[in-house]
Design a protein around this ligand. Structure first.
Ligand code: GLN
Length: 533
């Protein structure tokens, strides 16, 4: 297929659906364009673990037939959407980035680690069923950190996803593959899950929009669980309107998820384009702390000036318990993970290591020993420890109390402001390998995303700037060296995306979309695309 025909993917989700509905382009053509881009771009970027070309094309033809018959089309008709591999889809394997959810390699020289041998779910997650009903096409499953534990995608059991702005760098995690699919133009939208930042942080690091809805806003039925009191599914898209449309499709009550809220879904797309004059935006100084990259700080403050220029009232707020969020999160999340992951024991799903002498406990141990990667094992041990007799009060109970204090910080702030604005990540995309030996450094990638997660609040990341990598050669550092060489090194130093985080009170996603859309219209990086896409 030539470049002209894949260009359809560079339009926004509403535009693609509209062109498909008008018959200007068929769903099959759009799907072929996506499969073509995946084929050409995925080998270098590792966004997709598996591709379901045949079922995607069949679904596309069904949408086209619906249009030919004159039947009304859904809001995502013909739009390819990538799915994080933690979501169950009946026509695709699901690995959650883990070997424990893959069958063993046959002894015929097949690769040890092959996501095609993943667990085959017998049903669609609610979000997957809703996407299909809206006419979306699902071409593949996206790479992720194992069981969504990580901030760089390097904990994938298969291969890391790479950042299309600089393929030596991380796209963030854990929904890194979903972010890359969108940032590199392979699919115009994708779904991820966010437990402590896993949608917002990769969206920020790859320059796309990513939304973590209110806890309970989107059904988690069919999401392979990490930490059930925090997990929430949400959309990625190249622009705010596209993300709004996707969320509108997947949100809403589902009796199959007991934590799903029986509350009507607002018109998120209609909220894009509303006036922001008079909106009160709080800026927590705790989120501009030591360790923030100067380029990130400057870009976020420029965005605040931009919002002020649109008539928003921007004022300081305090969230004094912010500094305890990382500790509380890594207790609560690991405790829940240790319990959720107990089911992967070789009996019902995926991998089973042979038990010699019919020893059941031995089989559990061997399966879990071989199937889980080091970060997952670390978290199961941490989680088991903080829940164990004698330590429960000291750790788990205390962390839950801290969680309440963090929630109260937000309650108090939202009595004075309508939204909170802050950075998403203290840094731009770091190099692959830079933090893999230092779990604490990795955990600190989440300092600004964890508080909203612990409080269950909706939050999004919208691109707000680009900055040269802080570890790239600078003119002053290299002035003394032969200048022409240096100049070309500087020219090659890649610009990296920065995200603005907006946080709203529970269920006020519409307000997030209004503000993010208003900012997007005046953003200096509006429409900026990754160079390798
Ligand atoms: N990076 C965080 C963690 O490793 C958050 C992950 C997530 O949101 N799934 O737990």
């Amino acid at each position: 297929m030539n470049a002209m025909t894949t260009d359809i993917l560079d339009h926004s989700i509403p535009e693609i659906a509209a062109r498909c509905a008008r018959g200007e382009v068929s769903a099959e053509e759009i799907t072929r364009a996506a499969l073509d881009r995946i084929q050409s771009r995925n080998p270098a970027l590792g966004a997709f673990l598996t591709v379901q070309g045949d079922t995607a094309l069949a679904a596309a033809r069904a949408v086209d037939a619906q249009r030919t018959r004159g039947e009304p089309l859904g809001p995502l008709a013909g739009v390819p959407i990538g799915l994080k591999d933690a979501l169950c889809s009946a026509d695709a394997p699901a690995t959650a980035g883990s070997l424990v959810l893959t069958r063993k390699a046959p002894r015929d020289g097949s690769p040890e680690r092959d996501p095609e041998r993943g667990y085959r779910p017998p049903y669609d997650a609610t979000v997957v069923a809703r996407l299909r009903a809206a006419g979306a096409i699902l071409p593949g499953k996206c790479n992720m950190d194992e069981f969504a534990m990580g901030s760089s995608n390097e904990n994938s059991a298969f291969f890391p996803a790479r950042n299309p702005w600089d393929s030596e760098r991380t796209p963030g995690g854990s929904s890194g593959g979903s972010a890359v699919a969108v940032a590199a133009g392979m699919t115009p939208g994708a779904l991820g899950s966010d437990t402590g930042g896993s949608i917002r942080q990769p969206a920020a690091l790859t320059g796309v929009v990513g939304v973590k809805p209110t806890y309970g806003r989107v059904s988690r039925y069919g999401l392979i669980a990490f930490a059930s009191s925090l997990d929430q599914i949400g959309p990625f898209a190249a622009d705010v309107r596209g993300a709004a449309r996707l969320l509108e499709v997947i949100a809403g009550h589902d009796p199959r998820d007991a934590t799903s809220l029986p509350v009507a879904v607002d018109a998120y797309e209609a909220a894009c384009g509303r006036d922001v004059a008079g909106l009160r935006i709080g800026v927590p100084e705790e989120y501009f702390a030591e360790g923030i990259e100067p380029g990130v700080d400057a870009a976020v403050r420029r965005a605040l000036d931009g919002l002020r220029g649109l008539g928003c009232e921007v004022r300081p707020v305090h969230l004094p318990h912010t500094r305890h969020a990382v500790a509380a999160y890594y207790i609560v999340a690991t405790a829940e993970a240790s319990s959720n992951l107990a089911r992967f024991d070789g009996v019902r799903f995926g991998l089973r290591e042979d038990a010699s002498q019919g020893d059941l406990r031995g089989m559990y141990g061997k399966t879990r020993g071989a199937g889980f990667g080091p970060e997952v094992k670390r978290r199961i041990m941490l989680g088991t420890y903080v829940l164990s007799a004698g330590y429960y009060d000291a750790y788990y109970l205390r962390a839950q109390k801290v969680r309440t204090l963090i929630q109260r910080d937000f309650d108090a702030a939202f009595r004075k402001v309508d939204l909170i604005a802050a950075p998403v990540s203290p840094t731009t995309a770091f190099r692959l390998g830079d933090r893999t030996d230092d779990p604490l450094a990795m955990y600190l990638a989440d300092v600004y995303t964890l508080p909203a997660s612990l409080a269950g609040l909706p939050a999004l990341s919208v691109p707000c700037g680009l900055a040269p990598a802080p570890d790239a050669p600078t003119a002053s550092a290299t002035r003394s060296v032969i200048s022409s060489l240096i100049d070309s090194a500087i020219a090659k130093a890649k610009a990296l995306p920065i995200g603005l985080q907006l946080i709203a009170p529970a269920l006020a996603e519409a307000r997030l979309f209004t503000a993010a859309h208003a900012w997007e219209q005046i953003s200096p990086v509006r429409g900026a695309r990754a160079p390798s896409s």
